[in-house]
Write a new protein. Structure first.
Length: 44
């Protein structure tokens, strides 16, 4: 799972060094998507 998130982050940021704010934003967006997937999963 960690590897997938790292790959996703690399794809989003284009592998270039980013300001911490951008990385935090990306991580929080991934977190929100994970929360939605989990809530959908548990609502079934």
């Amino acid at each position: 799972m960690k590897k997938e998130i790292i790959e996703l982050t690399k794809n989003i940021t284009g592998n270039s060094p980013q300001p911490v704010d951008v990385i935090t934003d990306v991580v929080s967006k991934i977190g929100l998507k994970m929360d939605r997937l989990l809530s959908i999963h548990y609502n079934l």
